[in-house]
Design a protein around this ligand. Structure first.
Ligand code: SF4
Length: 353
């Protein structure tokens, strides 16, 4: 049983982060934010996949202003991702952003950080202080020479104290290094030093394949330690994949019930159908039919000899054998069909559960 670290609770729009609230799943759009229709269409796809909070890149004023129109069409909280220019943060808050993400290392002047804090405080908008190993202050670099976990943690604490000195405490923190082990170590250190909620996520995660592996290892390690209040998996390409991986990580660790689970066999010489194609089709249909939130386990197995037995824990499943595919419930065969019709049969059975 994973015991979560106790943190303060803050609110991003209507979604609580930290305290006893569920670990929320975030993603970030990769559209031009000012292209409202493209951005909205991606947000709607993310929402359908299970995204709870969406972050938008705000590199210019027209993106900041677009938040007004975007928010009219969604009920998901929006985070404005700001770098370098504090005026973009002020404009995003003005436009209705529910949270601001800044890297204080690249908004150098203290008075500009204070302007952001005061504007957020006026509207109860939280700020994520995202500390990056590449933008540590000169003083910390001099002291530690390298961007070690100790240096990154010290930098995060320095910014936390700075925002507290402005009277601002609606804070979420994240720390990032391009080295996974340094990042994990930084979070472990930080979690001992502060009870502000922690956002876990890296930006250099990679392709679907290597990004999934890396994210599962390092996000999984922190979650097992009870660290993390909101998370984003980063994958190059369609952000919907980030949500699928995030749900899978949380579901696998039993932290959140993230809907359906598919188990499939690795296949062997007994397999008589294209199981890989079938399992992918099952997953696609589950999303098409909006059944991704059903808390059920579906098994897709290559043969009737061992399949149902190997997948006893599944609520429902299918297993192929000699031109037929068998339907089973809780390890017992309850029907069969030809391979062409099995997908429809399985989906209609899942609808009944
Ligand atoms: S379920 Fe059947 S096909 Fe799949 S790995 Fe086991 S024995 Fe092989």
């Amino acid at each position: 049983m994973i015991k979560r670290r106790k943190t303060k609770k803050i609110y991003c729009g209507g979604i609580p982060i930290g305290g006893d609230s569920p670990i929320s799943i975030q993603s970030m759009t990769n559209t031009k934010t000012w292209d409202v229709s493209e951005t909205l269409s991606q947000i709607h796809r993310l929402k359908k996949a299970g995204c709870e909070i969406v972050r938008l890149a705000i590199p210019d004023m027209r993106s900041a202003e677009a938040i007004v129109e975007i928010k009219k069409h969604i009920d998901m909280p929006v985070i404005a991702d700001i770098h370098f220019d504090h005026k973009l943060a002020l404009a995003a808050v003005e436009s209705g952003a529910d949270k601001i993400r800044i890297n204080p290392g690249n908004i150098v002047r203290k008075e500009n950080l204070e302007r952001i804090a005061l504007s957020c405080m006026e509207r109860s908008v939280p700020i994520r202080i995202g500390v990056n190993s590449g933008s540590l202050s000169g003083k910390i670099r001099k002291k530690h020479e390298h961007a070690t976990a100790e240096a990154i943690t010290e930098s995060a604490l320095e910014y936390i104290y700075l925002f507290e000195s402005f009277g601002f405490g609606d804070i979420v923190v994240s720390v990032k290094s391009s080295d996974v082990l340094t990042t994990v170590e930084s979070y472990r250190r930080l979690s001992k030093e502060t009870d502000y909620p922690l956002h876990i996520g890296v930006t250099e995660a990679g392709t679907f394949f290597n990004g999934s592996v890396k994210s599962s290892i390092w996000i999984g390690s922190l979650l097992i330690d009870g660290i993390g209040d909101t998370l984003r998996v980063s994958i190059t390409g369609d952000p919907v994949n980030e949500i699928r991986i995030a749900r899978e990580i949380l579901g696998t660790l039993g932290i959140r019930n993230c809907g359906y689970k598919i188990i499939s066999c690795p296949t062997c010489g007994r397999t008589t159908i294209d199981l890989e194609k079938l399992v992918n089709s099952v997953e696609e249909r589950i999303f098409e039919e909006n059944m991704q939130d059903k808390p059920i386990t579906i098994a897709v197995m290559g043969c009737e000899v061992n399949g149902p037995g190997e997948a006893k824990e599944a609520d429902i499943g299918i297993a192929a054998s000699k031109g037929k595919v068998f339907l089973f419930r809780k390890g017992e065969i309850v029907g069969n069909s030809n391979p062409e019709s099995i997908l429809d049969l399985l989906i209609s059975e899942i609808k009944k559960i």
